[in-house]
Design a protein around this ligand. Structure first.
Ligand SMILES: [Zn+2]
Length: 377
């Protein structure tokens, strides 16, 4: 597991200009990010790593302990056996809660109360009809139920995961939900008097991979499902884009002679290699033919991604999807294509790998988005 939560910035303790409240917020974030998700460090270590004075460190930490963000989790080993052993600090998973609602799965709303690491503790599901229609009332009701046993002051916020284009609290476009400019964030904030973070499903899944999988701070993450969603992480910041649609590569047309897409173009990536499209194609083949379909899909995927990989110099491409699609055949074909397309003396080899984090990728990501916003603003 890699350390750190968000890169960039140093302690602002001695830089002037920033207001005391700003400095405090920055210092809190520095400390939290050094401990999230599962690092344990002493005050002395945190002082060394942040450059903050002992007084500043113990002051900020004492507040964070009171608030329920951090806890003491045992003592550092002291090989000399002399002197006082320093208490180790870590993220407190016992008190503060986050409510995460996942609208990114077909025919189902998932909801959970999670701890500060996004680990679900109490889960609920609402089944949807075949048209996938979601009323905001159903979301409100689910949050109400999840919240009923919690102390109001212990809930940090609500995370909502949607597939589609999200701009702050507004779902600009979600084909899956049939939503256009739905101002869900402000509505839920009024209803519950809690901060609400709405996050794209590929970004949510990527955050879970980043903090609980094998990823570092630079990553391209692709999910294969109904469509093909991609998210990019640069120095631990998800790339959002000018129009909040970064990563929406499913409707980039890459084969002018390909099948017609409902969006009006031909040969969109999603028409060629979404799990849905590939399963349709495999239905007409025997085992060998099916393997060919998957091999071609891996090859095509890597061809399409070779350019952004080269553009951004990213060495880690992680994919998540059903086991019949994202299998070894797919990964080997994609790796071969990457090697052929991007190999050079100045390019570190880009590795494509399968996401190994178990279930609840997106649901957990919704909660991680809330804690990130709470800490980093
Ligand atoms: Zn299209």
């Amino acid at each position: 597991m890699s350390s750190g939560f968000e890169h960039g910035g140093t302690a602002t303790g001695r830089q002037g200009k920033a207001s005391p409240a700003d400095i405090r917020r920055t210092n809190r974030a520095l400390i939290f990010n050094l401990l999230f998700p599962a690092q344990r460090r002493s005050r002395a270590d945190l002082g060394r790593l942040t450059g903050l004075s002992r007084v500043a460190i113990s002051d900020v930490i004492s507040d964070m302990l009171d608030e329920g963000l951090l806890c003491e989790t045992g003592y550092a080993a002291n090989p000399t056996g002399k002197g006082k052993r320093g208490a180790l600090l870590g993220i407190d998973t016992s008190r503060l809660k986050i409510i995460s609602i996942d609208l990114s799965h077909p025919q189902l709303i998932q909801g959970a109360v999670t701890d500060l690491l996004g680990i679900p503790q109490d889960c609920m599901e609402v089944a949807l009809g075949p048209d996938n229609h979601v009323e905001t009332d159903a979301i409100v009701q689910l949050i109400d139920q999840l919240r009923s046993d919690l102390d109001f002051g212990d809930v940090l916020g609500i995370g909502i995961v949607v597939s589609g284009v999200v701009q702050e609290g507004t779902v600009r476009d979600s084909t899956m939900l049939g939503w256009h400019n739905v101002e869900l964030g402000p509505l839920l904030e009024r209803q519950f008097d809690l901060p609400v973070v709405i996050v794209n499903d590929a970004i949510a899944a990527m955050l879970t991979e980043r903090f609980f999988g094998q990823a570092g701070p630079d990553l391209i993450f692709t999910t294969f499902g109904q469509g093909v969603g991609t998210a990019t992480l640069i120095h631990d910041m998800p790339v959002i884009g000018d129009h909040h649609a970064a990563g929406e590569i499913g409707h980039i047309a890459i084969d002018p002679n390909g099948p017609e897409c409902p969006c009006g173009k031909r040969g969109c990536l999603e028409m060629l290699i979404s799990a849905h499209a590939l399963r349709e194609r495999m239905r007409h083949h025997d085992a060998r033919g099916r393997a060919d379909v998957i091999r071609q899909a891996g090859d095509l995927f890597a061809s399409a991604l070779a350019m952004p990989v080269g553009l951004l110099d990213i060495a880690d491409v992680c994919v998540a999807g059903p086991a019949d699609i994202i299998n070894n055949t797919f990964l080997e074909a994609a790796q071969q294509r990457f090697d052929a397309a991007t190999g050079s003396s100045f390019h570190v080899r880009t590795i494509i790998r399968r996401c190994q984090v178990g279930g609840d990728l997106t649901l957990r990501g919704g909660a991680i988005a809330v804690i990130r916003r709470y800490i980093n603003g």
